[in-house]
Write a protein that binds this ligand. Structure first.
Ligand SMILES: Cc1cc2nc3c(=O)[nH]c(=O)nc-3n(C[C@H](O)[C@H](O)[C@H](O)COP(=O)(O)O)c2cc1C
Length: 370
């Protein structure tokens, strides 16, 4: 992957855990990641980490509010320990840089007074949201659209956090460009109606993401891997689409490739879902074909098919790795990310490899840091 060699193709998907009060990862976070590295995970992508900007993270969408950040002496010292622990165990670890953008609840987070960061001031259509009505009430009111200079400040904040990531030893950075958060809100036509250089057609709406990638690339050098997470679905609308056709997808991702992305992470809820009509191929397959870049697929690995479509509901563990292997062999994607199965069982990858009973799915696991 770029300049990195992974020991296998299993990636831990980014999962917000809320065990970092004040933005500083708590003691337990180091063990949590280290256990996965000790049990054969090839690459860990951390939970979303707030970038160094006051508007980056607010209260969590569905409760919580203790996401980590990547600045400040104490925080960086803690990350250094976490990274060292993963490396000692033979793993690799990359932080997911996160700015919640339109999804952040105004007046919350480590800097409650920070104004909202929204491309066009709007949260998006409010009739399809997959979030509780109480939450919707807090975000539905339009705010002032970002100014050009505020956009510049946010790009500089991403760069500072990426530079800090490199300084503490992380193996690259992953940009959270999915699920309706800031970067995705520039990509989506329903949250980006700008008529300046940050808005327009598919390629123009990718201008913010491309500017971010160029700035990070230039500050971190040619060999520091940059992963970009892209999704069609968002918290505003599970059926949303940034790109209606493969042609539109190609136009949107080309500026990112030109800016220096190494790997695309195609976030889907079920990795086998066809991305466009007329072909069986999932989103990761299309992105790989259209960009020529390595891709990560995700969604439903290790979980039973019929229940896997909701994150908030219980599901059942299963072994569907032959489906993953088949599609990988056909060249659909290069890496496979595993979220909930690895949250439930730190040893999931090693048990799939060597045998051993996988821990059952438990909703209460979300509240602990096993
Ligand atoms: C508790 C939890 C927290 C999550 N937090 C994030 C996050 O911070 N960033 C992100 O990009 N995706 C996040 N996701 C989505 C996962 O990365 C993954 O795409 C999703 O769970 C589907 O994979 P799975 O079926 O293997 O769980 C989260 C999912 C869960 C269950």
């Amino acid at each position: 992957m770029g300049s990195l060699k992974l020991r296998n193709r299993f990636v831990m998907a980014p999962m917000t855990r809320n065990f970092s009060p004040g933005g500083i990862p708590s003691e337990g976070v180091a063990g949590y990641y280290r256990r996965r590295a000790e049990a054969d995970v090839g690459l860990i992508i951390t939970e979303g980490v707030g970038v160094d900007h006051p508007s980056a993270v607010g209260r969590e969408t569905m409760g919580g509010g203790a996401s980590p950040v990547l600045h400040g002496e104490e925080t960086l010292a803690r990350w250094r320990e976490i990274v060292a622990g993963v490396h000692e165990a033979g793993g690799l670890i990359i932080p997911q840089l996160w700015h919640q953008g339109v999804i952040r609840v105004p007046g919350t987070g480590y800097h409650p007074d920070a104004p909202s960061a929204r491309p066009s001031g709007v949260w998006g259509p409010i009739d399809k949201a997959m979030v509780p009505p109480e939450y919707l009430e807090l975000v539905r009111e339009p705010t002032a659209p970002l100014t050009d200079s505020e956009i510049g400040d946010i790009i500089a904040a991403f760069v500072r956090s990426a530079v800090n990531a490199k300084a503490v030893g992380f193996d690259g950075v992953a940009l959270h460009g999915a699920h309706g958060y800031l970067i995705d809100s520039f990509l989506w036509r329903h949250t980006n109606m700008r008529e300046d250089r940050w808005g327009g057609g598919a390629a123009e709406r990718a201008g913010f993401a491309a500017a971010l990638v160029r700035a990070i690339r230039s500050a971190t050098g040619p060999d520091f891997p940059i992963i970009f997470r892209f999704s069609q679905w968002k918290l505003q609308d599970y059926d949303a689409r940034n790109a209606e056709t493969p042609g539109e997808l190609e136009a949107m991702l080309a500026p990112l490739v030109a800016a220096g992305i190494d790997v695309f992470d195609a976030s889907t809820r079920i990795f086998t879902t066809p991305a466009f009509e007329g072909a069986d191929m999932g989103l990761a397959g299309w992105i790989r074909r259209l960009t020529g870049k390595p891709t990560i697929a995700v969604g439903g690995v290790g979980l039973s098919k019929d229940l896997q479509s909701s994150f908030a509901q219980p599901t059942v563990m299963t072994d569907n790795l032959s489906l993953v292997a088949d599609r990988m062999a056909q060249g659909e994607f290069d890496l496979i990310a595993v979220g909930r199965a690895l949250l439930m069982d730190p040893q999931w990858v090693s048990k799939m490899r060597h045998g051993g009973e996988v821990k059952p799915f438990r909703l209460d696991a979300y509240a602990t840091l096993d």
